[in-house]
Ligand binder design. Structure first.
Ligand code: SAH
Length: 390
């Protein structure tokens, strides 16, 4: 077994269960390569954990077990999957929802690997070449533990020789339709990096429908396939969706159609958000709920946008469009933007503009996106509901 020896003083963090083995904490390692298993040891040579090499974030790899005798084989993965499956019992049984995350990386014990369930069709995502090296054992374990109609995969690391796509089972015709909180969405498992829906926002979508849509005009910025718009439209006076990508229009219209909503009754703009701010101001368009869920980084024309630097500009642009007592739903999935900094930015921005507000809700990941208590970035989703006060 290969080894990685920690720098002196770094052992406590790992003994306490920190799952990402960071390169800068390693004093010496024996020619570790992607997919290798290794023992993580203290400077004195005592065993702490067994990990695999898979480069991700600042990490050399992830801890798999604290049992020195453990063998990392199909049976090992079957055990972790079985635990994960039992913990999702609620999601298998619940009415009105048939899509959720079955296995969430380090939260469920294997960093770098996620498995999602889309009404019987599974999507595996590999986040490094290192975890991909265990593909055969992992797929064999998945087929043993989980029921499935088909299995698809996507790689989240760069390798032009590895193509994602169909793995096994009865291939459906895409898009398939999934249901979430009694709302229907189209899903593609074999078309680019995204699937049409971000399952981690399901509770936020429900919250918006149940509390922030009735008798409101709802603006959804960075709307992608219109998931927030579609669920809001069941209650809202009207919805407006804004996204820069051309593909957002047909995908959003189809999602409205699936739910018996005539897309012509809703507004849809293929436009840059900042351009839409100007357009809406010129046309006197105002809203009662504005959802802002941008990508962490984006480049448009010559402008770049980064949530950690520029989120305040999104708020400043949205406020002139927000009616009295209106609500901003401010979302970010940037794992390196802590909730505290995000809330501070909101406070600073509102104070600067002299706007009084209250925070109604702070939401995060749903339970199927199980997080790791020792690893803060695993709680990457932060959604703050900010309501204006008179
Ligand atoms: N809120 C969506 C997910 C957003 S994904 C949901 O819940 O499903 C990010 C989206 O932002 C992409 O569809 C991308 O096309 C869009 N986007 C990126 N830069 C943009 C910009 N400057 N203005 C408008 N949309 C943008």
């Amino acid at each position: 077994m290969k080894t990685a020896i920690l720098n002196k003083g770094k052992e406590t963090k790992y003994i306490n269960g920190y799952p990402l083995i960071e390169e800068e904490d390693i004093y010496q390692q024996g020619a570790l390569e992607s997919g290798d298993l290794f023992h993580l040891k203290t400077a004195q040579g005592d065993y702490i954990a067994t990990g695999y090499v898979g480069f991700q974030h600042k990490g050399l790899g992830w801890v798999l077990t604290y049992d020195e005798a453990a063998v990392i084989d199909q049976a090992f993965f079957e055990n972790v999957f079985e635990l994960a499956r039992q913990e999702r019992d609620y999601y298998y049984r619940i009415d009105g929802t048939n899509a959720f995350r079955l296995f969430n990386g380090e939260g469920d014990g294997v960093g770098g690997l996620t498995i999602d369930y889309y009404n019987g069709h599974l999507l595996i995502q590999w986040y490094s070449r290192g975890i991909y090296a265990f593909r055969d054992d992992i797929i064999a374990a998945i087929t043993t533990v989980f029921d499935y109609t088909s299995i698809y995969e996507k790689t989240r690391f760069k390798d032009s020789n590895i193509e994602g796509g169909f793995v096994m089972g009865d291939a459906p015709e895409f898009p398939i339709v999934i249901e979430e909180n009694f709302t229907f969405y189209n899903v593609h498992l074999d078309d680019g990096p995204m699937t049409g829906i971000f399952l981690d926002q399901k509770e936020v979508r429900k919250k918006i429908r149940d509390y922030y849509s009735a008798e409101r005009r709802v603006l959804n910025l960075f709307s992608y396939t219109g998931a927030f718009s579609v669920i809001a439209a069941s209650e809202a006076t009207q919805t407006t969706s804004v996204d820069l990508a051309n593909r957002s229009r047909p995908m959003t219209e189809e999602n409205f159609g699936l739910n018996g909503i005539d897309p012509k009754t809703q507004a849809l703009y293929v436009m840059d958000t900042f351009d839409y701010y100007k357009y809406a101001e010129r046309h006197g368009l105002t809203y009662d709920t504005i959802v802002i869920d941008p990508p962490s980084f984006a480049r448009n024309k010559k402008k770049t946008f980064s949530v950690t630097k520029d989120y305040d500009k999104l708020i400043k642009g949205a406020l002139p469009l927000l009616n009295r007592k209106g609500t901003l739903v401010l979302s970010t999935n940037h794992s390196m933007y802590p909730l505290k900094s995000f809330k501070n930015m909101i406070k600073r921005t509102m104070t600067e503009l002299g706007v009084s507000y209250r925070i109604d809700e702070v939401m995060g990941l749903p339970k199927d996106f199980k997080t790791h208590t020792q690893y803060k970035p695993s709680k990457y989703l932060k959604v703050v509901f900010v309501t204006l006060m008179d």
